[in-house]
Design a protein around this ligand. Structure first.
Ligand SMILES: Nc1ncnc2c1ncn2[C@@H]1O[C@H](COP(=O)(O)OP(=O)(O)OP(=O)(O)O)[C@@H](O)[C@H]1O
Length: 288
């Protein structure tokens, strides 16, 4: 079963299009949504949350059509972002009084526990919270109403390393219940190395792939070698390539094919998610 099903989603801005994206977010797993700046990650997430509406396509969340059941769906999802549209002039306590009655399964004890754990004072005004504190507050809200699905837009970008680690542990705890799911947009790919099961890679408004992280890391390879190995046919085999005066380093999407092609003449290594993002952006080629 899928926690989220996006089908043929398209949204056009004057200078940018989310272009026919279909994506399944599997229930029971953590999916990382990765991609360089400005490729459409936030636009996709805002569509999932009903904040902006697609020009065409459909969004099904927890088995229900988002365009018809937004209020019911939002009972069951948690939203984590530093941009949560809370009222800036209210204190955390007063904001909670507005939010809590909306949720049928609100757990006040849990919420107060998270405020304490995250060192958030209930007296503090939302407008005075730092970026990281806003993320902590929205995480406290998300974890206090038994959300089955967390939708998180760049949740770790404003967080210090200590809380980042703590947050990843909290997410891992949530995943103990196998019905729960998380989608998590970021360009801090090391967080995903740690916790993601699936990786959805967006580039220039298109989905490049959505695959199990381990399979992605097995399928791609970094190839390093001398410049004399390169001619135009060989260059075309690379998704992205960086050439210097001493040699080249590039990303290929088929490790076996590259191993046959280069034999002992080049060195093949396992890429990181960051390598995949970097070379795909550099190569500017969609290969899905
Ligand atoms: N309301 C809008 N009107 C016009 N263009 C927009 C609007 N919102 C976003 N865009 C454009 O859509 C593109 C994608 O933006 P989006 O915020 O989805 O990217 P992103 O992948 O989340 O980037 P980042 O990692 O930098 O947060 C950008 O070129 C942005 O300028």
């Amino acid at each position: 079963m899928n926690a989220i099903e996006l089908r043929n989603l398209t949204k056009t801005y004057p200078q940018f299009t989310v272009d026919d994206v279909s994506l399944d977010v599997k229930q029971g797993y953590i999916t990382g949504l990765i991609g360089p700046n400005g490729v459409g990650k936030s636009t996709l997430i805002k569509m999932m949350l009903g904040i902006i509406h697609p020009d065409s396509g459909s969004i099904t969340i927890l088995g229900r059509d988002m365009s018809k059941h937004e209020i019911d769906i939002k009972q069951r999802i948690g939203i984590v972002s530093d941009d949560c549209f809370y009222y800036e002039h209210l204190t955390i306590r007063d904001m909670k009084k507005i939010i809590a009655p909306f949720y049928k399964k609100w757990n006040e004890k849990k919420f107060n526990g998270y405020l304490e754990q995250f060192e958030l004072s209930p007296e503090k005004k939302i407008g005075q919270l730092s970026k990281g504190m806003k993320v902590k507050f929205s995480l406290a809200v998300a974890l206090s109403h038994e959300a089955e699905l967390l939708i998180m837009d760049e949740p770790t970008s404003g967080l210090d390393p200590v809380f980042r680690r703590e947050m990843l542990d909290l997410l891992a705890d949530m995943m103990q219940d196998e019905r729960n799911s998380i989608i998590f947009s970021t360009h801090i790919t090391t967080d995903l190395d740690r916790i993601a099961d699936y990786i959805a890679f967006i580039h220039r408004g298109k989905l490049v792939f959505n695959e199990a992280k381990d399979e992605v890391l097995e399928r791609y390879a970094i190839v390093k070698g001398d410049l004399e190995l390169l001619d135009s046919d060989i260059r075309n085999k690379f998704i992205g390539i960086r050439e210097t005066s001493v040699g080249f380093e590039g990303l290929v999407g088929n490790k076996e094919e590259a191993a046959q092609l280069f034999g002992d003449y080049a060195v093949l290594t396992k890429p990181t998610l960051e390598d995949i993002m970097y070379f795909t952006a550099k190569g500017e080629r969609i290969h899905a």
